[in-house]
Design a protein around this ligand. Sequence first.
Ligand code: GDP
Length: 472
Amino acid sequence: ELSNRMAVRAVDIIKMLMKQGMMLKINDVIDSDTAELVATEFGHTVKRVSEADVMEGFIDAEDHDDDTIVRPPVVAIMGHVDHGKTSLLDALRKEDVASGEAGGITQHIGAYQIKVPSGDRVTFLDTPGHAAFSAMRARGANVTDIVVLVVAADDGVMPQTIEAINHARAAKTPMIVAVNKMDKPDANPQRVINELLQYEVVVEALGGDTQIIEVSAKTGQGLDNLIEAILLQAEVLDLRANPDRTAEGVVIEAKLDKGRGPVATVLVKRGTLKRGDIIVAGASWGRVRALIDERNAQLPEAGPSQPVEILGLDAAPDPGEAFAVVESDARAREITEYRLRVKREKTMAPVGAVSLTDMMSKLAEKKVKELQLIVKADVQGSAEAIIGSLEKVGNDEVRARIIHSGAGAITESDVQLAKGSNSPIIGFNVRASKQARDLAEREGVEIRYYAIIYDLIDDIKGVLSGMLAPIQ
Ligand code: GDP
């Protein structure tokens, strides 16, 4: 198509891309940046007109207008099972002062927003745990501004606490620690602080930058302090968005409702979504028939950081998928058709796959100086031994960085972290669960298995030295 539009032979484009190190076949899909590069190379002036192009990367596109206003922070709650994530979300819901006026938060739509006495608002993602968080990130949607890490004061740091820390860190999302269950007689917050230190989470009292708040989801103790800490962190982050433009955002949840058809909960990232807008979400589209909030109220519109359920899409999009308003039905169709095509081609050959060969060529191009890895081993002892050895194989120019490690089988969560952070997974004397294997295959994440530490280290050494070799 590109060759057609430029009236250049396809083979010449392929040759040109080959020189750039890209091996492509005639019908492969290239991203808009590459297309722009090609067009410029062949002497064309590029003007991006189609959302189909722009939208592929729009989620992180900068808002250039000066008309931004402060927007509420979007907060995800993560932590070990049974440490009180769900209880905390329930308790925080009750801190909403707007409930009196509007009848309270009555339905679960995947996220809710509360208003506190100061008038400030906070949006909470209502699906606790890092599965949802990393599923979204794996699709490239970083909706979370702040992670609240819940640690039970009577239990301390546990495996999923560590996983949550690693997920937040990989996403570069700031963290606030909520030490929960402070009402319990055996609550020991000091122990939590000390244990967190081992994972380089340093609280303010020890000179670090992590706020730590003691709370009880049961008694409500400390919830106001937690909200204050969130607002303080939000202020530091200076979260802004322009409300006066067409809306863009992310799908949080979606389902097919028997009576209402496809229902999607979206979070507006910028702009204002209005009833009657035509939107495209992933490969589905439609005219917004109704906007419904977590209080079951119909809204005429929704602004930045506001979660709303929307009716009117032709299918339920996947969580984490981006949505945007477009100007016409025709445009919406064009984009969804384009996306369906890309999707089909992607399932045939994963694009942007995470593999060691891939990493090697990126390393060779000096695009990355660090080889990020996830290491899972049969026992903690071997995981530590592997990490110790891997940390020694690098030098000043290149090194391996282990972004997550642990003992036990490779899980879906590991694969999602791998996808979201572009890191292959190393399994030492462990296998991946069926779900993890399927997901890895779908997402193009490489999992390498080893039984001998020497082989593992040797392989990684090879990858690292591959990028040290002189480049022609
Ligand atoms: P989740 O798995 O992290 O979502 O944890 P839940 O919210 O389901 O809580 C697990 C258990 O801990 C439940 O039995 C809660 O009642 C209890 N729990 C949660 N928060 C508190 C708290 O602050 N104090 C006490 N005593 N129990 C709590």
